[in-house]
Design a protein around this ligand. Structure first.
Ligand SMILES: Nc1nc2c(ncn2[C@@H]2O[C@H](COP(=O)(O)OP(=O)(O)OP(=O)(O)O)[C@@H](O)[C@H]2O)c(=O)[nH]1
Ligand SMILES: [Mg+2]
Length: 178
């Protein structure tokens, strides 16, 4: 069984927990129940593949615990809500702090704009796209309520949507059109 671990980080109330359950095709109550520390949601994708989501608390009281998990994981999904500008600024600050503290060395980082069924703050998507492209990060957008973007995110986390490298040419000159 291939097991892929993904740590979701971001401010409170931006939908990380509900996103984990939506990714795992599981029901989650719409009533807000803040995450305490870190919880794990398991997602059996097929007979050979499992995703484990480390769903972290957004409240800053839990930062020391969350940092420990981030330090020990290969894939981190930075989340912000399309409905909450503060959560975008929080994400940028968090990313900078993790980078400065060397916590993202050898880590694959992706960005997810959550709650896209809600009303957006100004330039919510453009800000996320700009942040992602300037830091060479992949960008996703999801709604845990409508299901928009959920399948794409699963494929992205499993790198099943990434175009494979071209085969190495065995003879002659071959220029791949990047
Ligand atoms: N409309 C809408 N509501 C959502 C969505 N995702 C989550 N919610 C609601 O937003 C509230 C917060 O969601 P959570 O998933 O608990 O947020 P969280 O980021 O895990 O919060 P913390 O655990 O405190 O960090 C809950 O009432 C959810 O039902 C979404 O995509 N769309
Ligand atoms: Mg939560």
């Amino acid at each position: 069984m291939d097991v892929h671990k993904v740590c979701l980080v971001g401010g409170p109330y931006i939908g990380k927990t509900r996103l984990c359950f939506a990714l795992a095709n599981q029901y989650h109550s719409p009533i807000y129940d803040p995450t305490i520390g870190v919880e794990i949601v398991a997602h059996r994708v097929d007979d050979t593949t499992k995703l484990l989501y480390w769903d972290t608390a957004g409240h800053s009281d839990f930062s020391p615990i969350v940092d420990k998990y981030v330090n020990n994981i290969k894939t981190v999904l930075f989340c912000y809500s399309m409905n909450d500008k503060g959560s975008f600024l929080e994400m940028v600050q968090r990313y900078r702090r993790y980078k400065e503290e060397g916590m993202l060395n050898d880590t694959e980082v992706m960005v997810c704009m959550t709650q896209i069924d809600k009303r957006p703050f100004d330039d919510a998507e453009q800000k996320g796209l700009h942040f992602s492209s300037s830091n060479h990060l992949r960008f996703f957008k999801t709604s845990a309520v409508t299901g928009a973007g959920i399948d794409s995110l699963v494929r992205g986390l499993l790198r099943r949507d990434v175009v494979q490298d071209p085969p190495t040419p065995t003879q002659g000159y071959f220029c791949w059109p990047f």
